[in-house]
Design a protein around this ligand. Sequence first.
Ligand code: SF4
Length: 394
Amino acid sequence: MKQNIDKDQTPLGVYVHIPYCLTKCPYCDFNSYGTNGNFPEDDYISALEREIEDSRRIIEGREVSTVFFGGGTPSLLKPRSVGVVMEKLASIASFSPAAEITLEMNPRTADKEKLASLRRLGINRISVGIQSFSRRKLDFYGRFTTPDDCVRALVDVRDAGFRNYNLDLIYGSSQETREEFENDIRTALSFSPTHISAYCLTIEPGTEFATLWRKGRLSLPDDSVLVRFMQSAREILEGEGYGNYEISNFARHGYECRHNLIYWNCHDYLGVGAGAHSHIRRGGEEGWGRRWSNIRNPELYMKRVTDDGSAVSASYDLSRTTALEDTLLMGLRLSDGVEIRDLKKRFGCEPDDSGLRYLQSDGFILTDGGRLRLTSRGRVFTDELVARVCGVFH
Ligand code: SF4
């Protein structure tokens, strides 16, 4: 299916999805598959090349600001495969001089030599799926890695010369104490990363954890406990100079993840690979943008791309209402919130002042410097509040 795209000069990101993992974690609902390391790497990379070629009209003539190899476990790839994808992109689009090029890594899937090769290929940011440094928590989450693996991975990342790296942590395991979570944060800090993501465990439909939960075999901390965990994470990390720029994300100034900012600011991104999503802000029948996504199953994805060049399985044009809702839903996740003037300019809407005052009086949102933001109380109820804020702007 060909997309009718009108080019834009705002930041453009490219997301490359690698759906293969060593084992499938029981809490994970990403489009990822346990393979024990046996997967059709060369065929998959060829399909990515073909899909990038077929997407030429979206990226040609534009500057790519970010590339993100996500998954799945992209660090399972041989560096040569990553190089093929990078070369294909570079043959069509130009990269901005300070392009952020991230690759997600799991401990035990890349050593110092592999990381150094990836760095030579242009990868300049690594995101390490640590999840926890506690043996108990790693076991709970069904991770095959040990605390020693996590430490070794971070030492390798640093020794390979990376200065910009993120650590992913999860909290909210059964019987987790605040001390245990704070210990993860402090251990993460001891590696001086530029970025830390701390995600709260959620039970996602279709996962092994969802089955256990339904059968009453999984007990998790109360919401009030989780809110206190997040508050203490914020206190510790802000005290060490990390800004909590998005609900679950902390960064040293200037190291906010530029690729994810493209999502949160509803800018343009091309997603390639099984199940990848794309969004272009201009285009669509009504000019409010277009979203589309690929077939999730990697085998079917490869077959469709080989046959047709594209593996799009769903595509829809945004209406003014859905584009406005997306802008608020994504933008209000950021501590900077959204600029009211931009909303007025793009959507031609005037906020209902009495509605805004009413929301502010509840202590969940605030307007300041012409921006609309959620308060820290409000961040706990983002989804509910976005629906109410949308009502004020329609
Ligand atoms: S390694 Fe990451 S992507 Fe793969 S199954 Fe586990 S959580 Fe999901």
